[in-house]
Structures are given as C-alpha cells and as structure tokens.
Design a protein around this ligand. Sequence first.
Ligand code: ADP
Ligand code: MG
Length: 704
Amino acid sequence: MGTNVFDELFGKNVFNDDVMQRRLPKDVYKSWKKTLENGEDLNSDIANVVAHAMKEWALEKGATHFTHWFQPMTGITAEKHDSFLSPLSESRAVLEFKGKELIKGEPDASSFPSGGLRATFEARGYTAWDCTSPAFLKEDAAGVILCIPTAFCSYTGEALDKKTPLLRSMEAISKQGVRIMHLMGYDNVKKVSVSVGAEQEYFLVDREKYLKRKDLVFTGRTLFGAMPPKGQEMDDHYFGAIKERIASFMKELNEELWKLGILAKTQHNEVAPAQHELAPIYSTANIATDHNQMIMEMMQKIAKRHGLECLLHEKPFAGVNGSGKHDNWSLIADTGVNLLSPGKEPHKNKLFQLTLAAIIKSVDEYAEILRLSASCPGNDHRLGANEAPPAIISIFLGEQLDDIVKQAIKGTVTSSIHGDDLDTGVHVLPVLHKDATDRNRTSPFAFTGNKFEFRMVGSSMSVADCNIVLNTIVAAEFERIADILENVPDDKKDEEIDNIIKDNITKHKRIIFNGDGYSDDWVFEAERRGLPNIKTMVDAIPYSLEEKSIKVFESQNVFSKTELESRAEIMYENYSKTINIEARTMIDMASKQFIPSAIKYTRELAGSINSVREACPEIDLQVQIDILTEVSKLLADAQKALMKLKNRIAESEDMPEGRAKAEYFNHTIFKVMGELRKPIDKLEMIVDKKDWPVPSYGDLLFEV
Ligand code: ADP
Ligand code: MG
C-alpha cells in the first residue's frame, strides 16, 4: 500500500498494539499480550516498562501532561491533568511516569455524583486503567495530553462510573457465551466479545447565532421558537453554502478521528435540515463506548473551529426531527464466529437460533430496564413522538427470521426463506408480505443482518448504559440455558436445544413486532399484548429497583443493590436539575427578552395608531387595533404563565432531591413551561422580526 492521507493519519495518536510491539522489549510485549488475553491483573514490572514506553512515545509527540480519562455518572468524560514533571531537587526535575501512575489514579472526586455511595468526608475515588482500551493523545491549542482510559471506583470498590459496570457485563456475557458455545461443540472458544457500532446523529448551527440564544447555550435546546414558514427550507442557495462549510467540518472531523484510531465514515443526513450522522466501524463494546465519547467531544470542538456549534441534544428544535444514537450490538467469539450471523442456512444454524431465542426472552422479560437505559431528560421529547422509535420496546426480525420463529413455535426449524424463494422443507410457510425497508426504522430493537440495532438511545447519552443492560440480561439467559444443557445427556442435547428455542419464542413472541411502530394501532396492540409503554425517564427509573432487576444485575455481578440505588438517585437528581435549569432559562428569557420586546412592539403599534388617527381621522385602523389587541392578550397570557412558573420553581426549592421532586418537575413544572412557551411562540409570529431578540428557527436551521 502506498501512503495516502489515511495511512499517514490513522492511529497516529494511539498507543496501540502496533506501537507497543515496536517499542516494548519482546518478552514484555508477550507477557503484556498474555495478560490482556487472559484478563489477568497487570504485574507491576510489566506496568513500569509499559508506562515508560508510553511516556517516551507521548513525549516524542509533544505531550507534557497525562490524565486518567474516565466516565463519571454524569454521562460525559472527566480528566485531571498531571504533568510528567517530577522534582529531583529544588532546582532539578525529571520527566517521569511510573507503572503505578499508569495503573491507578486518585482524582479529587468529591464533586462527581455518587448517589450517596461516597460520603463527602470520604471523597476518595480511584481510577484504574482499562488496559483493553488503548491510551491516546489529545492535541489542541492547549497542548498535547496523554489520555489513559480508566474505570472509576470508590474506596470500597463500588462503581462510580459507567465503564466499570460495562466491563463487568462484558465479562459476564463472555463467561456465559463461552459455556453455551462449548455445549454446542465450539470447543476452541475462549472468549465471546460484544461488538458495538454507535451511529451518532447531530445538528450543526452557526455559532454566532447560537451564542445569541441563551436556551441553546444553557440547555442545549431551544425552549422557545416558532416553526419557520414553509418554503424557506427549499432554498437551493442556502444548500449550496451549507455543503461547503459542513464538508470542511466533516473533513477535519474525519482526520482528527482517524488520528485517534476511530474509523469514521461521515454521512449527510436528510431527515432534518442542519442534521447529520456519523457511523464508525464497530469495535469491542468498551472501546466503542470510549470512541463514541471521543466522537462527541471532537464534534463539539471542531465545529467551533468552523464557526459552527454542534448540538448533541436529543431535541434541539420542537417540531423538527431530533437526534438519536443507534447502538448496533452483536456477539463475536474469539474464533471469529458471530453468534448473530444467521449464515446462508439459518434453519440449520442452532447457535444462531439459540442466541436469537435467548435475546427474545431477555428483551421481553427486561423491557423496562432496557427502556430506562435509553432514558435521559432530552430523550423524553423523542420517544413515542412519531420520529424516533416508540417508547414501547419490541423486536423487529424481518421476513426471514419471522419465518424461522414461526417454524420454531410449531416444532423444529427446517427451512429458510431466501430473498423471495423458499427452501424446500416440511414446515414451509407462504411468502409473507415483504416489509419496506423504511418500515423497520420504526422499531426500537431491529435485527439488521448480523446484529441487533437498538435505536432508542438519545444522541447525547453514553452507550455504556444500554450495552450494560443488553449484556447483562442476555448473559443471565445464557446462564440459565447453559445450566439446563449441562445436565442433559449428549444424545438428548439437540432435542433440548430445540425445546428451549421453541419454549422461549412461544412464551415471548409478544415482543416481536414487524409492523409500523409509529402507528396508533401499535400502541393499542402493544397494550393488548401487555407490553410496557413507559412514557418518561422519571416513570422508568423505579423499574431499576424492582426485585427482578436487582436480581439479574446481582446474578451477573454487574451492579449491587446499593449501586443500583445510588444510580437511581443520580438519575432523579439529574432530571430535576436539568428541568430546573430549563425552567430558569425560560424565566430569564421571557422576562428579560421576549416580554420587553413585545411591549416595545405594542408601544410602536400604539404610537402608529395614534399618529395615523391624528393625521387622517377617517382612516380605518381596525387591523392595527386588532394586532395591538392580540399582542396585548398574548402578553397577558405570557406574564400569567411566567408568574406561575416562578411560583412553582420557588415551591421546588425546599424539596429534597429524589423521586418526588423529579416527579414534580416531570408533571408540574414541565407543564407550566409549555404554558409559557405557547404565547411567546405566537408573539414571535406577530412581532416585527427586527424587534425579536433572538435568531429564529429559520435563521438557525437554514442559514448555516
Ligand atoms: P444504518 O444507517 O442503515 O443503520 P450504517 O451502515 O450507517 O447502517 O451503520 C451500521 C453500523 O453498524 C456501523 O456503525 C457498523 O460499524 C455497525 N456494525 C456492523 N456490523 C456490526 C456488528 N457485527 N456488530 C456491531 N456493530 C456492527
Ligand atoms: Mg442505524
């Protein structure tokens, strides 16, 4: 291969396997690899040599500091920079980086949410290197920093982050997946890994306009704003201009991501104006999660360099499609077998069928916690709003698998549909109506070739949460199946496998839905089937503390009850705080910007009515008077809602954090926010544009 931009850049800033192989003494490299493969603790001699090589590499590339990069429960990443400088004496210093600094850190972590896990006087938290995710360099105007991906735990070992439980869940599913594979004759398998590809949607808007809107700056979404008039979005001129600015952003984003070893293919998204999507090539779940965090960070940083602002909020604009994240998920053994690959003859592929049956059962059984894993305040605006998947969890299988499932229910699977044909077989079913491809877009959990695609996740969220849940619930079901199969004599095993497949699918087929998830019919049908329809984040949180949820997380050593309780606390608090900030921003904007502007406009109108009346008393002034009356009425409505919102917020101030407060924000505050928005949006349509204090939806969406 000759050198091209890609070869030159790819992985340039990653301390990856390649670099290690080149830089580490052979024996060290070998024992390092063995440690990785066997998932053992890193020995301190090896750690010292690795740390030294890592430091030398980073220094050559201009690094001055290192940081333990971690993912606290805020959902974003955190870092605390330390310089490599170590004092030798008062006047001399050396650049040092020891194995123990690589492996363990101790950030002052008292201000990260712990949900009561860590009393403030015992603020200690430890970061531990996740050596399966390579260290990387972050370079920007502030310099070059060596970032070490780490897990974050309390002094007593409780997880304070999203990476620790993710790694635990990956271990759980690997353990049980290996058992299943051994029982099915795949003797060489030592590990089953979770592969994840997280597609990321985002908006780009002009940064100058963005800065003029406090709602965007403080909350990431517009809290007011009338829809732009139709037709404006068809302006070809704007589209021409958009393309070049966006394209140069995308080019730089791609290059920066390549340097970090992230294989990104960027695409334009047609769904909403100013909205785009990026899909990376999949990797192991923990690395994919780290990468998705890096992608979001890079998008925001690079947008600014192009005079743009990247909006990752799930619903930046009411009435315009919001942004999500598709979590593509599959299981791949270290021998290369993808457990979710049906192959050419899915009817003969028992491993695939069993995996599918395990997933169908666990998704049905634990739909509530899967729903919760896609819950954040912003995503409440999307799920079930006819643009994202509904809030009801269901599984889309498509024509071929649906046929297999139907055969399994009848007995054994003996044939597979190929395209439009049917293989000859005993239980052949007539060819079903083929689903249009865009129909399966409405499913929250869709089978797409050799993986499932969980489409509910919000664009700003970490994909750690949903993968923790998926891994855990499927691991638990694998464990149950493996326990059964281990006690069945060899000659009865095949029969038992068929029984399990049949049983799982028969009992849980209600979760399978291949139709239009956006339709009202589905809501009724789902209710008839007894499927949960959990509308909001606050409604979803309590399910994490139900007995069966605690049991499944504990059985797989992913979360203890205490950890689950602390996470629920954090979610309630996060919800209340988010809505509180939104409400306060609304109060601020309404009282300092919109109401004064509308008042000014009424003054102008009244002045003009008076002067016209003076000049020509016989002229009919009814139109002006009507407008003045309407504006005054809307002003009164706005003022009334504003006072109400202020009072409601004041009432919330003494409430302790927790479920009741979150419910208060979810039901009471949220509703009053809507009451305030309504008259203001109407005023925006009437008041002279030059008097309106903030850029409009049209300005933001079409004038990028
Ligand atoms: P679409 O937009 O139709 O959903 P894309 O091709 O844009 O499809 O994205 C598919 C995503 O799925 C990519 O991120 C890709 O890396 C990921 N993917 C493909 N195969 C697997 C797999 N076996 N496991 C996990 N993710 C996968
Ligand atoms: Mg997708």
